[in-house]
Structure formats: structure tokens, C-alpha cells
Design a binder for this molecule. Structure first.
Ligand SMILES: C[S@@+](CC[C@H](N)C(=O)[O-])C[C@H]1O[C@@H](n2cnc3c(N)ncnc32)[C@H](O)[C@@H]1O
Length: 234
């Protein structure tokens, strides 16, 4: 039986940006500073789902050797242009997904990270990702997963509860809109939510613990409904 098509591969096949709240260099630099704080050192880094290298090129200023991985050719083309423009000579790019990545690696890393990517994996795929990452993580290394969607907060954000002008009417309107969007996406076999799946941090922590990692989770500074999962060997 042939493998079912990955809807996310299809979705990202012609995308060119990581969908940050703001695409200005000023905002990307702020996001990268927050992430570098949590990455907290090391000299080699793997960025899974690096997209157009919008964060990776900032990480490159602090790491000796970096590898960016993505399954979208168009994203990697943008990444190459950005890397050249920013004259980062310490980044290699690999076209691969969460399954094929590992057979392409010939070295291990101090940090394995991903920003805004883990929500495109199911719990089962996250489990496999952590098992594989642990094989390519240097002693004292960390797996740092940024900007996962918090299943407790994301639905509230979606219906506008955090917005400046939230009212009963606007919330009811948004609930109706979300409902229609989900039905229409299901009928067309499109992703129900382009931001991916929301994962409860405690369930992600269970996976980390199962594989011998301790995990702390912290709120994202720039996205109210996202969190970061920082894993290190117990
Ligand atoms: C929201 S973008 C974030 C890009 C980048 N990390 C950033 O913060 O600018 C998500 C990226 O993950 C990639 N991606 C999603 N699922 C993936 C998978 N299973 N394997 C490889 N790349 C994946 C997409 O192609 C896309 O470039």
C-alpha cells in the first residue's frame, strides 16, 4: 500500500516565508534574541524546519557550524538567497523531512532546534523525532523546540478572547467563522488549520520523560498562545 500524501508537504511546497507575526528584520532580530537566550550556548546546531532561514542566519552569528533542514524546496531556495546575502559561510542546508533527515546526517550537534515546526507533527511523530534527535545530540546537548501551539490557549486566541476589542458578539462571530472554515477544509481535504496541531505541553513532557529527558516549558515572548519546550538529559 502506498504511503498517504503528507498534506503539510503539499501546503509548504511553494511557501517562501516562515509566517512570523511581522517580517521586518527588526522583529526577526528580536525573535532570534529570545531564541538564542533559550538555546543557551553550544557550538553546533541543527535547525529542523529552518524555512527561509529567517532565524537561522541570526543563529549563525553565535554558532560555529549549523545545518538547516526543510522539506520545502521553495523555502530552501529563499534560505540560500538569505544566507548568501548575509554572508553566512557556516550553514549547510538539507532537503529532507522528519523521517529522511537522519539518514542525511554524518555528525551530531550541541543543539537540535525547531521553531514553529513541531505543530506539523503528530504526537507519534514527535516521539520518533525525540528518539532520533537523542541519537544525534552531543553530551550535555539540548533539544529546544520553539513556538508550539498550546492546546489550552490557542482556541481562546482563535476566537479573539485576547484581542483588544473582544466582545460577546465578536466572539460569537469568530466561533461561527471557525466552524465554517473547519467544515469547508474537511470537504476539500485541506488542513483544518494552517498553523497545524495544538499540543498540550504536559503530553509533550511525557514523551520527553519517556526517552530520558527532563523538559521545562516557557511561554513564548511574542506569541500569546505558543510555548517553548526545552529538553535536556535527566
Ligand atoms: C512556520 S515555518 C517556520 C520556519 C522557520 N523555522 C522560521 O521560524 O522562520 C515551518 C517550516 O517547517 C517546515 N516543515 C514543516 N513540517 C516539516 C517536516 N515534517 N519536515 C521538514 N520540514 C518541515 C516547513 O516547510 C516550513 O518551512
Amino acid at each position: 500500500m502506498s504511503k498517504p500524501k503528507n498534506i503539510w508537504k503539499e501546503f509548504f511546497k511553494d511557501k517562501k516565508h516562515g509566517g512570523h507575526r511581522c517580517s521586518s528584520e527588526g522583529f526577526l532580530a528580536m525573535e532570534a534574541r529570545e531564541k538564542l537566550y533559550h538555546l543557551d550556548g553550544g557550538s553546533t546546531l541543527l535547525d529542523f524546519g529552518c524555512g527561509a532561514a529567517e532565524l537561522l542566519t541570526y543563529y549563525a552569528q553565535k554558532y560555529e557550524q549549523l545545518v538547516g533542514v526543510d522539506f520545502s524546496q521553495s523555502m530552501l531556495e529563499e534560505a540560500s538567497k538569505r544566507i548568501e546575502r548575509k554572508k553566512c559561510q557556516n550553514i549547510d542546508l538539507i532537503l529532507a523531512d522528519h523521517e529522511t533527515l537522519w539518514e542525511n546526517l554524518d555528525t551530531s550537534f550541541d543543539r537540535i532546534t525547531a521553531a514553529g515546526v513541531i505543530q506539523y507533527l503528530t504526537f507519534q511523530e514527535i516521539d520518533a523525532f525525540i528518539v532520533n534527535s537523542s541519537k544525534y545530540l552531543n553530551k550535555g546537548g539540548k533539544i529546544v523546540l520553539f513556538d508550539l501551539l498550546d492546546s489550552r490557549l490557542y482556541p481562546l486566541w482563535k476566537i479573539g478572547l485576547f484581542s483588544r476589542n473582544a466582545s460577546c458578539l465578536s466572539i460569537l462571530h469568530k466561533i461561527g467563522f471557525e466552524f465554517r472554515t473547519i467544515i469547508s477544509a474537511s470537504l476539500k481535504n485541506h488542513p483544518k488549520d494552517i498553523l497545524g496541531f495544538a499540543h498540550n505541553p504536559y503530553k509533550v513532557e511525557e514523551i520527553a520523560n519517556k526517552h530520558g529527558f527532563r523538559m521545562i516549558y516557557v511561554r513564548s515572548m511574542y506569541y500569546e498562545y505558543k510555548y517553548h519546550a526545552i529538553m535536556f538529559r535527566a
